[in-house]
Write a protein that binds this ligand. Structure first.
Ligand code: PEP
Ligand code: MG
Length: 602
């Protein structure tokens, strides 16, 4: 039966494919694809873990048998028997093998996937006693996962199958759709680190139950340039493994088990999207100059040094934001040291510089905390705390000067290989500025003392806290350029958690207060001859291109996937005609109502 689930659109386009459910488990589980030749070894890992757990349970059973009824009630012995039975159960073992052999999931992912399948069967049972066995099954699977920890293969997210082309979508979905079908990922929640892992894989689209439009999970999804919907609330409970799913990333709708008519309609939309992309690709080598001759820098936001290839491909003239924290995340799942050392970071920044082939690279120092935990565990687990207002970004760095100095030294060393701009996130206080600058000086002196080569950097601050936007004078005294982080500026100005889908309708980039802070920052920087750019999601949203141009912005940093669409807007704009309209928007109580008509008249 066809049904639809609604959420928030985060990345454009239509994806049609089979659902792959990533189930949240109490244990942090790595998800990756193995290579076909690794299937036997993976099944073996599972077998070894199962034998070890069986032995563990046997020992427990032996101990219980030696205890008196006061120490170990009968129920305990019976429970251990049930656990042994579940461990050997064919539905579990065969199902797990199925996901490994047919889908090339790593053993942990296969286990949690099969757990979900069987758990749903338990949920549907009428007998209460049997229904409650679900908890036992979860415990058995957790024992297995614990056993397997530390024996994971090196991550190998190799695509197991080709991506279905748009032309395939007309075909009968039930016929021959096995190994060649595209896959779409459905999850309750994915950490930014998980997303990074999936970035290297084959998914044609994403859906998560939670998250707002500018949550970091959504941002990484957007950087993958595949249709995605977040905040779809119950999607991961309603969709089953292998269901056919349409993700409409423009409307924020997920259609499950679509009828042939719906499928044909979305197949058409998908082809239209492909045509539009093809058309935009022709703008790749065209300089971004407005009708009245204003040159505009369209820069890329990246998460990893390897993303520079995609940035160059779409004609980015530099990197405006390298979110360096992604080098620090998800390392445990890859069996790496907790933090990257100076050499590893230096190599990463150097790769980014080399990747940009002489164009500038803006490296932002680590911004973890809030919805970007270092490890898989959410900081939000501490329900009484508000992580977005806590130890995040520069606050985190200043609280751990050794870690910060390591990063600064690595960046300064990479600056010997090309133009690097050093960007500091989330500053709000003059004392933070002073401490940061003195640590940068200290790092430089350390390198001199060690006789290590390093290069000059331009220093920039992010304006993403209202307090910073209201005290620009202090910032402009110390920094060469400012970069406006609208994602956080909106979050902190409107007091709306950017990752919380329940208040997503109030997260409004066109709120007059936000527009005023953005406009004043741009004006003040220009007045003082300092560089200014916008690197939040607003910079890549074509609905705001003309307004930002009208405010005087000439430097936009966004995901490479958005550069060509924004370039099209730039090429069609005449900034000399935007001043009066921009003022009207800034003076309005309802700026959003003015944005669309102005775009149409250009
Ligand atoms: C921002 O806040 O706009 C920004 C670019 O930083 P991040 O999204 O990484 O918080
Ligand atoms: Mg930010």
């Amino acid at each position: 039966m066809t049904f639809a689930v609604h959420g928030l659109p985060v990345a454009r386009g239509i994806a049609i494919g089979r659902a792959v459910l990533v189930v949240s488990s109490r244990i942090d589980v790595a998800h990756y694809f193995i290579k076909p030749e690794e299937v036997d070894a993976e099944i073996d890992r599972l077998r070894v873990a199962r034998n070890a757990v069986a032995e563990e349970l046997q020992k427990l059973q032996g101990n219980v048998a030696l205890m008196g009824p006061n120490e170990a009630p009968h129920e305990l012995a019976a429970l251990l028997d049930v656990h042994q039975m579940l461990l050997q159960d064919e539905v579990l073992t065969n199902g797990v093998k199925h996901w490994i052999v047919e889908r090339l999931y790593n053993a942990e992912w296969a286990l949690t996937t099969q757990l979900e399948v069987v758990a749903r069967q338990f949920d549907e049972m009428e007998d209460e006693y049997l229904r409650e066995r679900k908890a036992d099954l979860e415990q058995v699977v957790e024992r297995l996962l614990h056993r397997m920890k530390g024996t994971a293969a090196v991550l190998a997210p190799t695509p197991p199958r080709r991506k279905r082309s748009a032309d395939d979508e007309d075909s009968d979905l039930t016929a021959g759709d096995g190994i060649d079908a595209p896959l779409v990922l459905i999850a309750h929640d994915l950490s930014p680190a998980d997303m990074l892992q999936f970035k290297k894989s084959v998914f044609a689209g994403f859906v998560t139950d939670v998250g707002g439009r500018t949550s970091h999970t959504a941002i990484v999804a957007r950087s993958m340039d595949i249709p995605a919907v977040v905040g779809a609330r119950t999607a991961s409970q309603l969709v089953r493994q292998d269901d056919w799913v349409i993700i409409d990333g423009d409307a924020g709708v997920v259609i499950v088990d679509p009828s042939p008519i719906i499928l044909a309609e979305y197949g058409f939309k998908q082809r239209q999207g492909d045509l539009e992309r093809g058309r935009l690709a022709r703008l790749r080598h065209k300089p971004a100059i407005t009708l009245d001759g204003q040159r505009v820098d369209l820069l890329a936001n990246i998460e990893m040094p390897e993303d520079t290839a995609g940035a160059v491909k779409v004609g980015a003239v530099g990197v405006g934001l390298f979110r360096s924290e992604f080098l620090f995340m998800g390392r445990e799942a890859q069996s790496l040291t907790r933090l990257p050392d100076e050499e590893e970071q230096y190599q990463a920044y150097k790769r980014a510089v080399e990747g940009m082939q002489g164009m500038p690279v803006t490296v932002r120092t680590i911004d973890v905390g809030a919805d970007k935990p270092l490890d898989g565990k959410s900081v939000r687990d501490d329900a009484h705390l508000n992580p977005a207002l806590g130890l995040r970004a520069i606050r985190w760095s200043l609280a751990d000067p050794a870690m910060f100095l390591t990063q600064i030294r690595a960046i300064l060393r990479a600056a010997a290989h090309g133009e690097i701009h050093l960007l500091i996130p989330m500053l709000a206080h003059a004392t933070e500025i002073r401490q940061t600058l003195s640590l940068i000086d200290f790092a430089r002196a350390e390198l001199d003392n060690r006789g290590m080569v390093h290069g000059p950097v331009k220093l920039g601050a992010m304006i993403e806290v209202p307090a910073a936007a209201l005290t620009l004078r202090i910032f402009l005294k110390h920094f060469d350029f400012l970069s406006i982080g609208t994602n956080d500026l909106i979050q902190y100005t409107l007091a709306i958690d950017r990752a919380d889908e329940s208040v997503a309708h109030l997260y409004d980039p066109a709120h007059p207060a936000v527009l005023r802070l953005v406009a004043e920052t741009i004006t003040e920087c220009r007045r003082q001859g300092k560089g200014v750019s916008v690197c939040g999601e607003m910079a890549g949203d074509v609905a705001f291109t003309r307004l930002l141009l009208g405010m005087g912005l000439r430097s936009f940093s966004m995901h490479p996937s958005q550069i060509l669409a924004v370039k099209q807007e730039v090429l069609r704009a005449d900034t000399s005609k935007l001043t009066a309209w921009t003022q009207q928007v800034l003076d309005s109580d309802d700026p959003a109502s003015l944005l669309a008509p102005a775009t149409a008249t250009q």
